[in-house]
Design a protein around this ligand. Structure first.
Ligand SMILES: N[C@@H](CCC(=O)N[C@@H](CS)C(=O)NCC(=O)O)C(=O)O
Length: 210
């Protein structure tokens, strides 16, 4: 087994999905976290001057989604065949699109009234298009009573779980729940939350704003 070091800030952010993969797989890694004050002195050490960076046996790899895919494949969390892998990739792109094209703008809105308007607009227009497809995919596998693909947990499950947690946490002040009434998402969340390694990690991880 290679030696793994994961460099990021002292919050969940873009490193939390890789962390969840390590935890679910039960694989040791060094979870190296910089404070905002420490960051400027470390920034020059990284290839793109950003984090997360995964160091695998001393080799530094950038880009959170590449890191996520690599770790999931290494630890058997990327589906059992190419169709399952395709569905996982589709889901990863859906959530990347939601973050890049929609939530990013909403999160950066400083005016709370405007922010709430933007979220409500997203909830009634684009969000259902994305979430209805995710629910359709859930129903296609054991009528939505199991994991996202196949018979075992994959990075897709960890991604949905992590995204639901992060989105709800980030929007809690607005009182808007993007997943309101979405029973399949809710049940799926509880299923992942009950995985022993995940439950342990969520209980012990530091509570942070991001
Ligand atoms: N596309 C990159 C984005 C990396 C990125 O922008 N990281 C931010 C933190 S979320 C960062 O390092 N910011 C500090 C800086 O730019 O100095 C990824 O997904 O890993």
């Amino acid at each position: 087994m290679p030696s793994y070091k994961l460099y990021y800030f002292d919050f969940r952010g873009l490193a939390e999905l890789p962390r969840l993969i390590f935890k679910q797989a039960g694989v040791d890694f060094q979870d190296i976290r910089f404070s905002r004050e420490e960051w400027p002195q470390h920034k020059p050490d990284f290839p793109l001057k950003t984090v997360p960076v995964l160091e695998v046996d001393g080799r530094q790899i950038t880009q959170s989604m590449a890191i996520t895919r690599y770790l999931a494949k290494e630890f058997g969390l990327f589906g059992s065949n190419n169709i399952e892998a395709l569905l996982i990739d589709e889901l990863m792109e859906i959530f990347a699109e939601i973050r890049n094209n929609h939530l990013g703008k909403i999160y950066s809105e400083q005016d709370e009234t405007k922010k709430t308007e933007l979220i409500n607009a997203f909830k009634t227009t684009n969000a259902p298009v994305y979430f209805n497809l995710v629910e359709k995919r859930m129903k296609e596998n054991k009528s939505g009573s199991g994991f996202y693909v196949g018979a075992k947990v994959s990075v897709a499950d960890l991604l949905i779980y992590n995204s639901m947690f992060a989105i709800r946490d980030r929007l809690k002040k607005t009182g808007v729940d993007l997943f309101e009434g979405r029973t399949l998402f809710e049940e799926h969340y509880k299923r992942v939350d009950a995985l022993p390694n995940i439950a342990k990690w969520v209980k012990e991880r530091k509570v942070t704003d991001l």
